[in-house]
Write a protein that binds this ligand. Structure first.
Ligand SMILES: Nc1ncnc2c1ncn2[C@@H]1O[C@H](COP(=O)(O)OP(=O)(O)O)[C@@H](O)[C@H]1O
Ligand SMILES: [Mg+2]
Length: 248
């Protein structure tokens, strides 16, 4: 069986520096894949390559059987790949509901938009997304008045309005409280029922909680891939990454 997303022998150089070096991985539908590795390993660049923000020097990216290598960002978004950015992009002077509306109207395929509007009605859609993102009682609150964690969840909700088949998140729990982290783990497990997730994360406790598969990058290459227990038992991973994590 082939995966939802297949990255094959991907490389990316900035000037003369090879930042991604013959990197391959497969992500299966309905799983949460955590992408980990030391700072500078190339995790964010990999996300940028998948979303089309950065173009690869060589290699292939296959999504649902289609070659999306080198496509424009909007084409890749329309194909069903959504991304949550590290810096929140919510509109602070608008309510949670209005932010979801804005995200919805950004839908890049007008026919799909029209169809979905007729099919389900917008209100039902907002209620569903708000429930998954844990914001059901916060729809009329100004986004500027949300806590840090709630702001992150609103952003996840905004990505969800596009109904992505694959969601990419770069360090989604940075700056969150313990309680917020726990709730985010719960949200991700809900998301997995309808979507596939790639999550870049340093917090191994969180990774242990959510990951079906852990992919370890080191110097732009694949170091290891497996279950959390396989990864934690892997001596090479311990040497280049986990040892350093435990010391910190
Ligand atoms: N636009 C760029 N130009 C030059 N070097 C870059 C650029 N983007 C990232 N890099 C370099 O690529 C390497 C990997 O970066 P990054 O993907 O951000 O790592 P990670 O997210 O794993 O910490 C780093 O050495 C970084 O300095
Ligand atoms: Mg990064």
């Amino acid at each position: 069986m082939s995966g939802l997303l297949e990255i094959k022998n991907l490389s990316k150089s900035f000037d003369t520096t090879k930042v991604i070096n013959d990197f391959s991985m497969t992500v299966d539908e309905g799983t949460i894949c955590c992408l980990v590795g030391p700072n500078g390993a190339g995790k964010t660049t990999t996300i940028d390559l998948i979303t089309g923000r950065v173009k690869p020097t060589s290699g292939k990216i296959i999504f649902v059987g289609d070659d999306i290598t080198g496509e424009d960002e909007h084409v890749i978004a329309r194909a069903g790949i959504g991304r949550k950015f590290q810096v929140p992009a919510v509109l602070r002077d608008m309510t949670v509901r209005q932010n979801l509306e804005v995200a919805y109207s950004r839908e890049t395929n007008p026919f799909r938009n029209l169809f979905r509007f007729r099919r389900a009605g917008l209100k039902k859609k907002f209620d569903e997304v708000a429930a998954i993102a844990g914001l059901a009682r916060r729809l009329d609150v100004l986004a500027g008045n949300l806590s840090h964690g709630e702001t992150q969840w609103l952003e996840i909700g905004m990505v969800l309005m596009q109904e992505p088949r694959l969601m990419l998140m770069d360090e989604p729990i940075a700056g969150m409280t313990e309680g917020e982290i726990e709730k985010t783990a719960h949200i991700f497990k809900e998301l997995r029922k309808t979507s596939t997730l790639i999550v870049v994360e340093h917090d191994m406790g969180f990774v242990r909680e959510i990951a079906d598969v852990v992919t370890v990058m080191h110097m732009g290459s694949l170091l290891a891939q497996g279950s959390i227990s396989e990864i934690e038992a892997n001596q090479r991973v311990r040497d280049v990454y986990l040892g350093e994590q435990e010391a910190a």
